[in-house]
Design a protein around this ligand. Structure first.
Ligand code: FE2
Length: 387
């Protein structure tokens, strides 16, 4: 069987098993995918330069003083299907400053693309979601967008975006961002999953939220003994929407001999929030090597990780020496394997990082790598004195 057919078969199988899972219940919140991810940051202009230079994002849209905004400025970056919005305050006070003061730079909005933002708001709030934004119609010469929003864990929100009657660059109020500085993309295609860290004993509360309020189903669960090293432990459950396009693993800390990396996150972020954004590539070696050349720091993976790798994961298409050179991790499940690597924290506070992932059939999240990965993270925690 050719690789393409195999990949397709795996994809169909996954969609089929998810469909079976959801056939019982009508999908009251149909999601077309992730629409955009918005970070509140201290200095959006400089952050945009970093994500362009290091991660290969392209200048896409802009809103600020020049377009009639008074209090905030936003830069929209694009690569593949990923839209990243970076927003900073222009004045003292207000929600954006408060958010940055408490959390540092971090993800505020995980926006979801829907057919009907009014219905998404109604269906989720009537099931208990805390409203963030009542449905609002925004218009300009390119049409109209309807948006509404609800809170999820911590101060993070989901905004539902209905854009079927809009053909502008991003949202009403934004203009095209033309720049003479356009570094090459590094091959990031779409958001594979986004992980939330929540506090002690809160994982099941948020699993229940995604199940009951948003109609997601739990597809995977890891107990603390699956994901434990000598020092740190966590528990994780993965929630998926009906068509599998939106997947949210939820982590909570578990007791270890020393401080869990999830607890370290919660301490520095001052509460629950997005821990990492996983972005898909078709060629992880090329993507990671381009990112390294541009200054992205990845988690150090000990050479010993590769000693027994083929016994652990079986035959793979890639040259192990090349994977070892770039520190790329490999894991296998029933459906295939995956290649993944995590950046160091992309902020000064040890909070958020980025994962690069290439799936070759596998639909899981690299549980076999967690232990190797955590031992690597612990070496960094030890250097920060927070272990
Ligand atoms: Fe991940």
């Amino acid at each position: 069987m050719s690789k393409e057919i195999k990949d397709l078969k795996n994809l169909v199988n996954t969609e089929y098993s998810l469909k079976k899972l959801f056939d019982e219940a009508e999908d009251f919140l149909p999601l077309l995918g992730t629409d955009y991810v918005e970070l509140y940051v201290g200095n959006a202009k400089q952050a945009a330069h970093y994500y362009k230079t290091a991660f290969g994002f392209q200048s896409h849209a802009y809103a600020g003083l020049e377009t009639g905004r008074k209090d905030t400025v936003s830069y929209v970056l694009k690569q593949g299907k990923i839209r990243l919005v970076l927003t900073s305050p222009l004045q003292k006070g207000g929600d954006v400053n408060d958010h940055i003061n408490l959390h540092g730079d971090g993800v505020k909005v995980v926006a979801l693309w829907v057919e009907d933002a009014r219905s998404a708001f109604e269906e989720t709030t009537k099931r208990g979601a805390r409203p963030y934004m009542e449905p609002v119609v925004e218009k300009d010469e390119y049409g109209e967008v309807v948006r509404s929003g609800i809170y999820t864990y911590g101060e993070t929100v989901h905004i539902f975006v209905e854009r079927k009657n809009y053909n502008g660059i991003f949202l009403p109020g934004y203009e095209k961002w033309e720049s003479h500085y356009n570094p090459e993309p590094v091959g990031l295609k779409f958001i594979d999953h986004m992980v939330g860290n929540v506090g002690w004993n809160e994982m099941n509360t948020w699993v229940k939220f995604y199940a009951e309020v948003m109609g997601f189903a739990q597809i995977i669960s890891f107990a603390d003994d699956d994901i434990a090293t000598d020092y740190t432990a966590l528990m994780s459950k993965v929630m998926s929407n009906g068509n599998g396009r939106v997947k949210f693993p939820i982590n909570e800390p578990a007791k270890g001999k020393k401080k869990s990396q999830i607890e370290e996150y919660i301490d520095f972020y001052n509460g629950p929030g997005v821990q990492h954004i996983a972005v898909a590539t078709d060629d992880i070696v090329a993507t990671v090597s381009a990112m390294r050349d541009r200054g992205v720091e990845f988690l150090y993976v000990p050479e010993t990780y590769y000693d027994d790798i083929l016994e652990r994961v079986g035959e793979i298409d890639e040259d192990v020496e090349l994977l070892k050179k770039h520190g790329i991790l490999i894991d296998r499940d029933d459906e295939g394997y995956l290649l993944q690597l995590f950046t160091n924290n992309v902020l000064d506070r040890p909070t958020m990082f980025i994962e690069v992932i290439q799936r070759k059939g596998a639909q899981s999240f690299g549980v076999g790598n967690f232990k190797a990965l955590f031992e690597a993270i612990e070496r960094q925690q030890a250097r920060r004195g927070t272990l």
